[in-house]
Design a protein around this ligand. Structure first.
Ligand code: AMP
Ligand code: ZN
Length: 464
C-alpha cells in the first residue's frame, strides 16, 4: 500500500512519505473568526478531516494543527464597527465554529491555536526580528515592517508566478491582494487610528502582526520547522501560502512543507461561495431548513477535493437518499449478523474503498466502491447467500470505513432505562462479570436495543 497525493508545489502526484516514519505533521489554515464560517470554508475543513482520518486509517499518527485567525484586517474592521473589544467580538464566532465542527462530525482533538495568544504573538515578533536581522525584512517610512520579496528568489514558486513578468509593484499593506499588486508584504503593521485598541508592543513600536506571519509562527512554533502536509482552499495559495513559505524558510533555513494540498472552491451557480459575494450559506442556515450535519457532511465530502463542487439543494437531497441506503444496509447487517466473523464471498471486495482513497483521496471512487458493495451484499442477502458470520464481517468493515467517513447514523434519544442498563453492563464488563454482561445484553435486546463492544467501549443502536 502506498499513498499518493497531488502536490500543488510540483503540480504532480507524488508518493507520500512523512519526514519521520509513521508520524505526520499537518497544518491547516483555519477560520477567520469575524463571522460564521460558511459551508465553502467547511468544504476545505471536511476535506482536511477526511485526509487526517484516512492517514490514520492507514496507520499514521497525525499531529494536527488548525489555527484560528482572531486578529487581521477583517476582525479589526468587525470589532470597530460594533464598538466592542476584539476578543469580545471574536468569541461567539469561535464558539460557533466548534459547534459546527461537532455537528459536521469533524475531529476536534488536534490543536487549535489562536493568533492573539501571547506565546504566538511572541513567536511572530521573534521571527520578524530574525528576518530584519538577516536583511529579509525592513522597516518602511510608515513604521511598518515589510518582507523584502527580492531577497527570496523562489518567491512565486507555489503559485507558479514568474516575478520578472509580473514586475513587483512596490509594497502592499493589506492582508489579501491580487497578483497584480505583487510586492513586499507587511509582517508587522504599525498602529493606526483604524486599529482602535488592538495593538501589541514590539521592537518596532505598537502595532499588530500581518495575517501571513501568524500562520508561519503557529505552524513552526507548534509543529517544528518542517511540516509534512499543509492544506487550505485554493484561494490560500497566493498570497497567503506563498508568504508563509518565504517567511518560514528565511527564518529556519529548511524546506517548510513537503506536501501542499489545496481544495477547489465550493461554488454557487459557478461562482466561489464567499462572504464578499453574499452568495453563502452557513451550516446554521441549512440546519434551519431541516438539513442535518451528517447530510451536509456527506454533500461536502462526496466530491473529490480537486474537483470543483457546485452547491445545490439537489445535492443535499441526493446525500439524504444515499445516507438512507447506507442506514438501511447497516440495519440489515446488524439484524442479520451473528456468531464469529467469516470470510467474505469473493464478489465483495472490501479493499477497493481504501485503495481509492490512497490514490489522491479519490472519495468519489471510494463511495462508488461502498455503494457497489452495498448493492452486491443486499443481493446476496435477498438470495439467502450471506451467512450471519459474513454479515458480522461486513459490519466490522462498516465500522472501519466509518472511522474515515463518519457517516453512521446518530444514535439519539436513548431512553433512560436503556441508558441505565447499558451503564450497568459497562460496569459488569469492567469487572469481568461476563455472565451479568450477557444477561444485560439480552435485556437490552428485549427492549429493542442492540449493543456492540468496540475498542471505544460499547455502542448502542436500535435493533434492525
Ligand atoms: P477564511 O476564513 O476566509 O480565511 O477561509 C478559511 C478557509 O476556507 C481557507 O482554507 C479558505 O481557502 C477556505 N475557503 C474559503 N472559501 C471557500 C470556498 N468557497 N470553497 C472552499 N474553501 C473555501
Ligand atoms: Zn494560514
Amino acid at each position: 500500500m502506498s499513498l499518493r497525493f497531488f502536490n500543488s508545489l510540483t503540480r504532480q502526484i507524488e508518493d507520500f512519505q512523512p519526514l519521520e516514519s509513521g508520524r505526520v505533521r499537518m497544518y491547516t489554515c483555519g477560520p477567520t473568526v469575524y463571522n460564521h464560517a460558511h459551508i465553502g470554508n467547511f468544504r476545505a475543513y471536511v476535506f482536511e478531516d477526511l485526509l487526517q482520518r484516512h492517514l490514520e486509517f492507514r496507520g499514521f499518527k497525525v499531529e494536527r494543527v488548525m489555527n484560528l485567525t482572531d486578529v487581521d484586517d477583517k476582525t479589526i474592521r468587525g470589532c470597530r464597527a460594533q464598538g466592542v473589544p476584539l476578543a469580545e467580538f471574536t468569541k461567539p464566532f469561535k464558539q460557533a465554529f466548534f459547534e459546527d465542527l461537532a455537528a459536521l462530525r469533524m475531529r476536534s482533538d488536534g490543536q487549535f491555536p489562536e493568533a492573539t495568544a501571547d506565546v504566538h504573538i511572541a513567536r511572530m515578533i521573534e521571527m520578524i526580528g530574525t528576518l530584519v536581522e538577516r536583511g529579509h525584512a525592513y522597516r518602511a517610512e510608515d513604521g511598518s515592517v515589510y518582507f523584502r520579496i527580492g531577497s527570496f528568489p523562489p518567491y512565486g514558486q507555489l503559485a507558479h508566478y514568474n516575478l520578472e513578468e509580473l514586475k513587483p509593484s512596490g509594497r502592499v499593506s493589506s492582508d489579501e491582494y491580487e497578483k497584480e499588486q505583487i510586492g513586499d508584504f507587511a509582517l508587522w503593521k504599525t498602529w493606526t487610528a483604524a486599529d482602535g485598541d488592538v495593538s501589541w508592543e514590539s521592537p518596532w513600536g505598537r502595532g499588530r502582526p500581518g495575517w501571513h506571519i501568524e500562520c508561519s509562527a503557529m505552524a513552526t512554533g507548534l509543529l517544528g520547522p518542517q511540516l509534512d502536509i499543509h492544506c487550505g482552499g485554493e484561494d490560500n495559495i497566493f498570497p497567503h501560502h506563498e508568504a508563509e513559505i518565504a517567511q518560514s524558510e528565511c527564518v529556519t533555513g529548511l524546506p517548510f512543507v513537503r506536501l501542499w494540498m489545496h481544495c477547489k472552491h465550493l461554488l454557487v451557480e459557478g461562482k466561489k461561495m464567499a462572504k464578499s459575494e453574499g452568495n453563502f450559506f452557513t451550516f446554521r442556515d441549512l440546519a434551519a431548513r431541516g438539513w442535518t450535519g451528517r447530510e451536509v457532511r456527506y454533500t461536502l465530502l462526496a466530491v473529490k477535493y480537486r474537483e470543483p463542487l457546485n452547491f445545490t439543494f439537489e445535492s443535499l437531497e441526493a446525500a439524504r437518499k444515499s445516507l438512507a441506503r447506507f442506514d438501511e444496509w447497516s440495519r440489515r447487517l446488524e439484524g442479520g449478523s451473528a456468531g464469529t466473523a467469516e470470510m467474505l464471498p469473493p464478489e465483495l471486495d472490501p479493499e477497493k474503498f481504501g485503495a481509492a482513497l490512497d490514490e489522491d483521496l479519490n472519495i468519489s471512487a471510494a463511495l462508488g466502491a461502498l455503494f457497489d458493495l452495498i448493492r452486491d451484499s443486499n443481493r446476496l442477502f435477498d438470495e439467502g447467500a450471506l451467512s450471519p458470520g459474513q454479515a458480522r464481517s461486513l459490519l466490522a468493515w462498516r465500522d472501519r470505513i466509518n472511522s474515515v467517513l463518519a457517516l453512521a447514523p446518530d444514535v439519539e434519544n436513548i431512553p433512560e432505562d436503556v441508558a441505565k442498563l447499558a451503564a450497568r453492563r459497562a460496569e459488569a464488563r469492567a469487572g469481568k462479570d461476563w455472565a451479568a454482561s450477557d444477561a444485560l445484553r439480552d435485556r437490552l435486546l428485549a427492549l429493542g436495543w442492540q449493543v456492540k463492544d468496540t475498542k471505544d467501549g460499547q455502542k448502542l443502536s436500535p435493533k434492525g
